[in-house]
Write a protein that binds this ligand. Sequence first.
Ligand code: B12
Ligand code: SF4
Length: 441
Amino acid sequence: MKVTFILPAIGKKPGEPYIGSWKMEPLTVGVLSALTPPDWERELFDDRVEQVDYQTKTDLVAIPVETYTAKRSYAIAARFRERGIPVVLGGYHPTLFPEEAALYGDCVLVGNAEGVWEELLADLGRGRLAPRYEGPRGGSFAAPDRSIYAGKKYLPISLVETGRGCGHRCEFCAIAGYYGCRYHPRDPEAVLGDLEKSPHKYHFLVDDNLVADVGHAKGLFDRMAPLGIKWAGQGTLSMARDKDLLKRMKRSGCELILVGFESLEAESLRQMGKSQAGADRDLLVERIHDAGIGIYATFVFGYDGDTGDTFARTLEFARRHKFHTAAFNHLLPFPGTPLYDRLEAEGRLLWDRWWLEEDYHYGQAAFLPKRMSPEELARRCRESRKAFASLPTVFDRGLAAMGRSSPPLWALFWAMNLRLGREVDEKMDVPLGRNLDAGPK
Ligand code: B12
Ligand code: SF4
């Protein structure tokens, strides 16, 4: 028996290559491959870096689906189903909106695959594939089979999990919906095993909130320190309330941490249910920088407290703290989140399913903001990104980065920032689900 994994891409501008900074190894597929019994043959087509072979001889096609890639996933699924090959859909989007996924696949796996994927394959072998399987939401973690990435041109960085989920309840967040606002730490021994086996020195610890359980995080960081690796991760600003945690993070190889500031507007923070920072925001930022860790700051615009002035204030904040890098995103209603339900109830969605719309482009607002038009929201986000990526700002931030960070972080700074402006142009206006079966990858 053979399973074909397909990692769908978002979309592409005609004749242009796919977005370079997104070409990371797909950890999801590594994990699914590890769970697949050894007597199964397996192959991977990564739509971001190669053409999908629709004629491949296989018994099952398995597609991880995110909301941004749903349209593309369904198109790929249709091509295989025409040939009578069963398709299973899983991941964030099918878990949060299984009713939709069920229309486009023969089978939907809701939740995590550990413990259920094996059962699904056995059922297929017996000719009894069920339309739906329910997996756990956190708890057990399989170590990835990285051999499935062989021959693909990915960025030289390994993705590793140290836990799943997050205890917070931010209104817009798909993680909160998927994991029911609970955090599930992974056994540190298993994390260390993954790190030791990984072929790269640089790692992205993919948890959405690495510091959700501070005790677990500290213990893990202490055990990582002797490995001599470098890593980047994601966590809430509250981590800086614990200086000891920051010290251990740095010692374990942390170079860069993505922090979701989301907003500087008190009303917007209240509305989104984000409570990890307030008046002490500046102090906490300085503490992270003083610990020798760079910050990838992310902001979201479009909440009801946001006005035109919010963008200027946020840009000033990002420039003043000379962040390593920053993202200025518009709010987006993902299905299965309280945000989506609220905007729908308020009649403010521009489309019921923006992710399937023929003309929807990356960077386009999908709802009616209260104090500006959808076009102004999208335009101002783009302008903020470009302003933060302008050369004078990059050099100003680069000098600060040199003073406060290690040589690897400084090198990373230039690698990321010198092409930041170009990257903004690359991503903006990419049409979802289009132009992927021809042209350069
Ligand atoms: C690493 C990462 C990236 C990397 C690239 C990842 C890659 N695919 O190569 C980068 C930085 C490029 C990236 C970019 C973006 N990302 Co991202 N990313 C992640 C992150 C942090 C980790 C993903 C991961 O490896 N998880 C570990 C694996 C093992 O877990 P898993 O995917 O959930 O898989 C398990 C189950 O869900 C299930 N499963 C999953 N798929 C399938 C499929 C089948 C067939 C089966 C049976 C089971 C199954 O089995 C697995 C084992 O249990 C997640 C958040 C997270 N912690 O998961 C966000 C996340 C997936 N990203 C998200 C988003 C929104 C984006 C961007 C759109 C951001 C932006 N505005 O630009 C882009 C889109 C990029 C794209 N799709 O091409 C959202 C998606 C939300 C949604 N509803 O779809 C997430 C959930 C973050 C969030 N907080 O909401 N991302
Ligand atoms: S803190 Fe981050 S991961 Fe946790 S619910 Fe909020 S946005 Fe999601």
